[in-house]
Design a protein around this ligand. Structure first.
Ligand code: C2E
Ligand code: CA
Ligand code: CA
Length: 735
C-alpha cells in the first residue's frame, strides 16, 4: 500500500461515524447449545463505546444468506465442522471469492482438538485465528472479538479512503481537461456532487465582480435544485439563508463549513484578479470524511481555476489587441476559421486602412498613434453600427465583419473615406481606403490567406490613392499566378537564363550612336520573352531584385568589353532600383568592379528613376556622388514624373536626366508636354546635366526635341532593343 493513501486514510477518515452506530458479529454454529453459550458470553459486550450486535446462523447455507444481505458484519465466528466436514471452509471460500468480501474477519472454532485447518488454507482465505472451543474463555472471547473488530474497522476505513482518493483523482483528471470557465465550473459542480452526494440540495458557483461596496456575485454554474438559476446572482432571495457564510468566506478568503452547507472560496487574483465562491447546499450535515475529501479536492479545484485563468490570459495575449480591446489578427483568423460554410456565404469583410499610417507613426510617435487608433475605433463603431466584429490587424489596418446584407454601400464608403478626428483640440485629417471582401466565393481558402490577399488589394488601392476597392476573385488568381511566376524566376536566376537587349542612344542631329541602355529580358522555352514590367515588380517584392540586377550588371560589363573589343567604345547604362542602392553588397560590388580596372568607369552609366532617387534623397546622395567621382555616369530615369523639389535638383548627384517617355509621347499633341520638355532642357542647361529623351517614335517628336534643346534620345524611331550581336550589326551598318 502506498504511504500517501495510508496517511490520507488516517487523517481523513479515522473519525468517520459508521453507517449504524454498532458493531456486528455473526456466529455460525450448528450446535445450538454452544451457540447459546456463546451468545450468553458476548451479550452486553461493547467496543469503543458502541454495542456489539449478534447475528446467528446454524448452517453454512443460512450463514451465506445472512452475509449476502448484511454488509455490515465485521467478524464471523465459524464452526469448522457443520453439515459436512468441510462446510465451514467452503463458507469461507464463498465469502472471499463469491461475495468478494476481503475485509470481514473470520475466526475458526472447533470442538475437536486435532481438527485444525491447514495453514496454507488459512493464509489463502485470510483467516485470522483458529480456536479450540474449550480454550475460549469469556475473557479470551471478548479479547478476540474486540481485536478483530478493530482490524475490520481499520480495513474498512482504508478501503473507503482508497475509494475516495480514486474518486478525487478521477474527478481531478477530468477537471484538468476543461479549458473554459463555464465548462470547468459545471464539471466541478458535478464532481463535487458525486464525491459527497447532495440529495435534494444543489451547488452553485459564482464569480465575484464589481466594487467592494456593490459586489456582484454572478452565478456561472449551477446544479441540483439550483440548476434553473444560471442567470441569477447570489444576492437572490433564494440564497438568503447562506448570506452570512458567503460573506464570511469572502471576508476571510477561506472555505467555510457550516451546519448543512459549505462555501468554498477560490481566487486567481495574481493571474486575472478573479474570485469564485462555490456554495454547496448539502441539505444534511456533512461527515468529517466528506469535509476532508472536499478540502483535498479543493486543492485540485484551485489548480484548475488557475489553469483556466492562465489559459485565458494566454489566449487574451494571443488573440486580443489589449490596447484597443478588440481582437487582433490571430483572433480574426480564428473567427474566420470557425465559420461554417453557411456563415461564410452570408458574411463579408470590410478592410479599412488608414492611409500613410506608418508615416504618422514616424512623425507623431507610438503613443500618439495608439491614442489615435483608440479614437478611430470609436469612429468605426459610430460609422458602421451594423458591424458584427472588429479586429485590428496592425499598421493602422482594421477588419470589420458584416452580415453580407448589411455590408455598407460603395457610396457610403466613399463618403466615409475622409474622417476628421479631433484629438486634444487638434483636428486630424484621416484618409481611408476600404476593401470589400465577399467570403462566399472563398470557402476553401484558409483565413490567413484571405487576409493576406485582401491586404494586398488594400495596399494596391492605397498606392493608386483609391478610397475603395472591391476584392474580386480574379485578384486571387493573379496572385497565385504571380506566385508560380516567382518560383520560375527564382529558377531562371539560378540557371542564368536572363539575358540583355541593348537599345541605342543616338545623337538627334546626326543619328550617330552615343551609347546603349541594357534592358533585361527573360526568354521562355517557347522563344517568347517575358517583358521586365511583368517580373521586375515581382523580383522587387520578393527580394530577388538585387541578385537579378547583379547578373544584369555583370552582363553589362561583359557587353561593354565585347563592344570595346569590336572597336566600339560606347557607354552602356543599366537600370537599378532603390533596394539595390540600399544593398551595400550590391553597391560595393559595382565599386570593386570599377576600381579593379576590369572596365573603364566612363563606359558605365547607372540609371535610377527620379521617384526612387528622391524618395531617400539624402540617403542616396553620397552614394551616387561616389559613382560620379569614380567616373561613372548617373542617369535619373523617367525624369519629370517624380516631383523633385527644385532645391534638390540644383544639388542632384547625377550626370544625366532622362525625359520620361510620357512627355515625349505627347509632343505635337499637348502643349503642356512640350512645356515640360522645354523646362527640363532648361534645367539641364542651367545645372549642367546631359538631357536624354526616351521613347521617341516619330520624326516630329525628334524635331520638337531638337528645337527644345535636347540632343540625345532613344526610341523605336532609331532602333528597338536588340541582342548584342544585332546591336553590333546595327552599329556596323551605321558607320
Ligand atoms: P525604362 O528604364 O524606362 O526603359 C525604357 C522602356 O521603354 C523599355 O521597356 C524600352 O524597351 C521601352 N522603349 C524604348 N523605346 C521605346 C519607344 O520608342 N516606344 C515605347 N513605347 N517604348 C520604348 P522595357 O525594356 O520593357 O523595360 C521596362 C522597364 O523595366 C524599364 O523602364 C526599367 O524600369 C525596367 N527594367 C528593364 N531592365 C531592367 C533591369 O535590368 N533592372 C531593373 N531594375 N529594371 C529594369
Ligand atoms: Ca532606364
Ligand atoms: Ca524610363
Amino acid at each position: 500500500m502506498d504511504d500517501e493513501a495510508f496517511v490520507f486514510a488516517e487523517d481523513a477518515l479515522s473519525g468517520e461515524p459508521r453507517k449504524e452506530a454498532r458493531w456486528t458479529v455473526l456466529s455460525v454454529e450448528d450446535d445450538d447449545t454452544y451457540q447459546a453459550s456463546l451468545m450468553h458470553s458476548l451479550r452486553g459486550l461493547d467496543f469503543r463505546g458502541l454495542p456489539v450486535r449478534l447475528l446467528t446462523a446454524s448452517s453454512a447455507a443460512e450463514a451465506a444468506a445472512v452475509l449476502s444481505s448484511d454488509d455490515d458484519i465485521g467478524l464471523i465466528l465459524l464452526d469448522v465442522v457443520m453439515e459436512e466436514d468441510d462446510a465451514g471452509l467452503r463458507l469461507v471460500q464463498s465469502v472471499r471469492e463469491v461475495l468478494g468480501n476481503p475485509v470481514v474477519r473470520i475466526v475458526l472454532l472447533t470442538g475437536q482438538p486435532g481438527m485444525a485447518p491447514r495453514t496454507d488454507v488459512m493464509q489463502q482465505y485470510d483467516i485470522d485465528e483458529y480456536w479450540n472451543k474449550a480454550d475460549l474463555t469469556r475473557e479470551k472471547l471478548h479479547a478476540v472479538v474486540r481485536s478483530h473488530l478493530r482490524t475490520w474497522h481499520y480495513m474498512m476505513e482504508l478501503q473507503r479512503a482508497r475509494k475516495s482518493l480514486q474518486m478525487i483523482i478521477d474527478a481531478s483528471r477530468s477537471l484538468y481537461s476543461k479549458q473554459n470557465l463555464t465548462e470547468f465550473t459545471q464539471s466541478l459542480l458535478n464532481d463535487i456532487g458525486l464525491l459527497i452526494g447532495v440529495d435534494g440540495g444543489g451547488i452553485v458557483c459564482s464569480a465575484l465582480a464589481g466594487s467592494s461596496t456593490s459586489p456582484q456575485r454572478n452565478v456561472i454554474a449551477a446544479s441540483g435544485r439550483y440548476q434553473q438559476l444560471l442567470t441569477t446572482d447570489l444576492s437572490d432571495q433564494i440564497f438568503a439563508r447562506f448570506a452570512d457564510t458567503l460573506a464570511q468566506a469572502e471576508k476571510t478568503r477561506e472555505h467555510q463549513f457550516a451546519q448543512d452547507h459549505t462555501v468554498l472560496y477560490f481566487e486567481t487574483a495574481s493571474i486575472d484578479g478573479s474570485c469564485y465562491l462555490v456554495l454547496i447546499d448539502s441539505n444534511t450535515m456533512l461527515t468529517e470524511g466528506h469535509i476532508r475529501m472536499l478540502q483535498v479536492f479543493s486543492e485540485n479545484i484551485r489548480t484548475g481555476f488557475a489553469n483556466v485563468a492562465l489559459l485565458n490570459r494566454v489566449s487574451q495575449l494571443a488573440y486580443y489587441d489589449e490596447k484597443l480591446n478588440i481582437i487582433n489578427r490571430n483572433g480574426l483568423s480564428r473567427e474566420i476559421s470557425n465559420m461554417n460554410a453557411a456563415e461564410r456565404s452570408s458574411s463579408g469583410l470590410l478592410l479599412v486602412k488608414i492611409r500613410k499610417y506608418t508615416d504618422m507613426m514616424i512623425t507623431f510617435g507610438e503613443r500618439y498613434c495608439d491614442y489615435l487608433l483608440l479614437r478611430f475605433c470609436d469612429v468605426i463603431a459610430e460609422a458602421f453600427s451594423a458591424v458584427q466584429n472588429c479586429a485590428s490587424i496592425g499598421d493602422g489596418n482594421f477588419v470589420l465583419i458584416f452580415d453580407q446584407n448589411k455590408m455598407p454601400a460603395d457610396d457610403y464608403l466613399r463618403q466615409q473615406s475622409e474622417q476628421m478626428l479631433e484629438m486634444s483640440g487638434v483636428v486630424h485629417h484621416l484618409l481611408l481606403t476600404f476593401c470589400k471582401v465577399d467570403l462566399g466565393p472563398l470557402q476553401d481558402l484558409p483565413a490567413q490567406e484571405i487576409l493576406h490577399l485582401a491586404e494586398s488589394a488594400l495596399s494596391a488601392a492605397e498606392m493608386q490613392n483609391l478610397p475603395l476597392i472591391d476584392y474580386a476573385d480574379g485578384y486571387r488568381h493573379r496572385i497565385t499566378s504571380s506566385f508560380l511566376l516567382l518560383q520560375e524566376l527564382q529558377q531562371a536566376l539560378l540557371n542564368n537564363e536572363l539575358c540583355l537587349m541593348f537599345q541605342p542612344k543616338v545623337d538627334l542631329e546626326s543619328g550617330r550612336a552615343l551609347g546603349f541602355e541594357a534592358l533585361v529580358r527573360w526568354p521562355r522555352e517557347d522563344g517568347s520573352m517575358v517583358p521586365p514590367d511583368k517580373f521586375i515588380p515581382l523580383a522587387e517584392a520578393s527580394g530577388l531584385i538585387s541578385s537579378l540586377d547583379e547578373q544584369v550588371f555583370h552582363m553589362t560589363v561583359d557587353a561593354v568589353n565585347e563592344l570595346c573589343g569590336a572597336g566600339y567604345e560606347l557607354p552602356v547604362s543599366f537600370n537599378t532600383t532603390v533596394s539595390d542602392l540600399r544593398n551595400r553588397s550590391f553597391t560595393q560590388m559595382i565599386m570593386n568592379t570599377v576600381t579593379s580596372g576590369r572596365i573603364d568607369a566612363a563606359l558605365l552609366d547607372i540609371e535610377i528613376t527620379e521617384s526612387e532617387a528622391m524618395a531617400d534623397y539624402s540617403g542616396h546622395y553620397d552614394l551616387l556622388k561616389q559613382f560620379i567621382d569614380l567616373g561613372m555616369g548617373v542617369s535619373i530615369d523617367d525624369f519629370g514624373t517624380g516631383y523633385s523639389s527644385l532645391s534638390h535638383i540644383a544639388r542632384l548627384a547625377a550626370t544625366t536626366l532622362k525625359i520620361d517617355q510620357s512627355f515625349v509621347n505627347g509632343l505635337g499633341q499637348s502643349e503642356d508636354d512640350l512645356h515640360v520638355v522645354q523646362m527640363i532642357c532648361r534645367i539641364g542647361k542651367r545645372f549642367n546635366f546631359r538631357i536624354v529623351a526616351e521613347g521617341i517614335e516619330t520624326e516630329e517628336q525628334c524635331q520638337l526635341l531638337r528645337r527644345a534643346g535636347c540632343h540625345v534620345g532613344q526610341g523605336y524611331l532609331f532602333a528597338r532593343p536588340m541582342k548584342l550581336p544585332d546591336a553590333m550589326e546595327w552599329l556596323r551598318k551605321q558607320a
